[in-house]
Design a protein around this ligand. Structure first.
Ligand code: 13P
Length: 337
């Protein structure tokens, strides 16, 4: 076969398969400093480097985490940071058999000429940053762009999102990092589940069109989609079975089986909802590993339990393990509340 991923192609396939291994998923802990500040403010803590370090030390060193978590996405600060006891965060993850990943996009800015939509920056200098992140121990990357249903989405915004993801994915693969492709379709809005489905079909069609055009090797990528749900402000709610039915229909229509793993974001769902929805999707065999890459749905209770107090670290780690284990069971289709 001809694949363009060059020197790294075998390694990319192996990395992607390891991350997409049975009963495991991704811990997203790559909040930018601004977002991390909001999380810390919710427990009354200042957004200092020391507080971010204390919290992330708690996460990466939770005993036994690697049984349920195969990869952890880090913000750049954490990739180069040590734990509070002076070990490199990256080394602690590797000891736990968790692959270190890195958020490489530079965030969202207004998309001129659109309907108040945004685009994602970060392609300039991306190749050299990816090479440096690989040197530092990262083995996969994430690029998150967003699509808003209430604001359109305009054809321009969808095309820009898809093209940016495809350029990023090609560059990440060239530098040994498995790209997580994340066009987040935001939950906000009053629309019903059929409208989300329609938009998701359009978005993923374009994403795969441009991934192919950029010669991205599908065996060496991971996807991070939003589940197909009604808008957050929609009066009609969907059951986990409905979410699973719509989401799997979307995946079957749009995602080639060459892609090893589908790692969903939680996007503002509650911890239990995110677990139940994932479990519903794993009630029958799928062509891809269908799993999680949650930030809030793994961390919310953990963060609250910690509350910034050293004496609560163990209890907070226990809570993180409870969520990680529940989602691991959901990946295997064996979760019950
Ligand atoms: P949530 O699971 O909190 O949506 O975050 C996942 C993520 O990394 C979004 O980019």
């Amino acid at each position: 076969f001809t694949v363009r991923a060059g020197a790294y192609s075998d390694e990319l396939v192996k990395t992607a398969k390891t991350i997409a291994s049975p009963g495991r998923g991704i811990l997203a802990m790559d909040e930018s400093n601004a977002t991390c500040g909001k999380r810390l403010a919710s427990i009354g803590l200042e957004n200092t480097e020391a507080n971010r370090q204390a919290y992330r030390t708690l996460l990466v060193s939770a005993p036994g985490l690697g049984q349920y978590i195969s990869g952890a996405i880090l913000f750049e600060e954490t990739l180069y940071q040590s734990t509070t006891d002076g070990k490199k965060m990256v080394d602690v993850l590797v000891e736990q058999k968790i692959a270190p990943g890195i958020k490489v996009d530079k965030g969202l800015v207004p998309l001129t000429g659109s309907n108040d939509e945004s685009w994602c920056q970060g392609l300039d200098g991306l190749a050299s940053r990816c090479a440096a992140y690989y040197q530092q121990g990262a083995r996969f990357a994430k690029w998150r762009t967003v699509v808003s249903i209430p604001n359109g989405p305009s054809a321009l915004a969808v095309k820009e999102a898809a093209w940016g993801l495809a350029r990023y994915a090609a560059i990440a693969q060239d530098n040994g990092l498995v790209p997580i492709v994340e066009p987040e379709i935001l939950l906000d809005g009053e629309h019903g589940i059929d409208r989300t489905f329609e938009v998701a079909q359009k978005v993923w069609a374009e994403v795969f069109f441009y991934l192919a055009e950029n010669n991205v090797m599908f065996e060496g990528i991971l996807l991070k989609p939003s589940m197909v749900t009604p808008g957050a402000e929609c009066k009609e709610k969907a059951t986990p079975e409905q979410v699973a039915e719509y989401t799997l229909k979307l995946l079957h229509r749009r995602i080639p089986p060459a892609v090893p793993g589908i790692m969903f974001l939680s996007g503002g769902q509650s911890e239990v909802e995110a677990t139940q929805n994932l479990n519903a999707m794993n009630q029958s065999p799928n062509p891809w590993h269908v799993s999680f890459s949650y930030a809030r749905a793994l961390q919310n209770t953990c963060l609250k339990t910690w509350g910034g107090r050293p004496e609560n670290v163990k209890a907070a780690q226990d809570v993180l393990l409870v969520r990680a284990k529940a989602n691991s069971l959901a990946q295997l289709g064996k979760y019950s509340a």
